[in-house]
Write a protein that binds this ligand. Sequence first.
Ligand code: HEM
Length: 235
Amino acid sequence: MRTTYALPRRWSVAPLLVLVIAFVGFSLPPYLTLDPAQSRIPVAGTAAGYFPMLVGHVIFGSIAILTCCLQVWPWLRTRYPDVHRRVGMAYVFAGVLPAGILGLVLGAQTPFGPVLRASNVLLSIVWLTVTLVGYRAGCQHRTTEHRRWMTRSIVLTLSIISNRVWAVVWVITLSPQLATTFGGNEALMIQTIAGLSGWLGWVLPLVVTEWWLDARGPGPNPAATGGRRAPATVR
Ligand code: HEM
């Protein structure tokens, strides 16, 4: 009977992991070539150092998004708290911190216009802040607060995927309006798509997360602990 319940829980992270591996497998390779011509965003005319920072951001961002899958895996968290702690350090210090600082610098000089610029800068600041607050709570063994802040952090990390989904939605929706709504101005249309995708990509998931955290209250998530209270050491 035990294995009947343990198996789904053990594999519960699989769908998320598959999605994230597919995203990283698609996003990362062009930047590992270190060839600016392979960049998916225009880097010609950007400041010196922009492309190396972009490469660094994508590599550290990939570490953040891959490690966050392990951090939300209830089976690993409850079974191997030491692994959870080590992967958590990698998530914060080899993922979010460097990726967020580089995201802030890159975001302030985005080639996609002022609306995305505002979104990128604010997202970087919020991402770094909630992660550091969550890390501090973990160090101080304030488990409930640690879980709530890290939930926000992980939702923001994963929001890069919803950002790309929104971009596809807006390209499909707005491209036919190039000649009408945008008067044939392609740059304006691209900036509009980037701005909409940027803001919707992280604000909506964060609002839903806040609602979910409020609805769930401060107690431990029974689904994550198999109906038991999480041990105090599991953070
Ligand atoms: C959540 C906070 C994040 C912020 C604020 C952020 C910000 C940025 C910025 C400013 C750029 C340059 C393009 C632009 O000007 O918009 C960029 C590009 C990129 N970022 Fe992030 N990023 C974040 C998270 C991530 C994560 C977690 C990944 C995971 C791999 C990632 C992967 C990429 C990739 C692959 C690009 C290059 C564009 C592409 O090839 O699609 N970012 N990001």
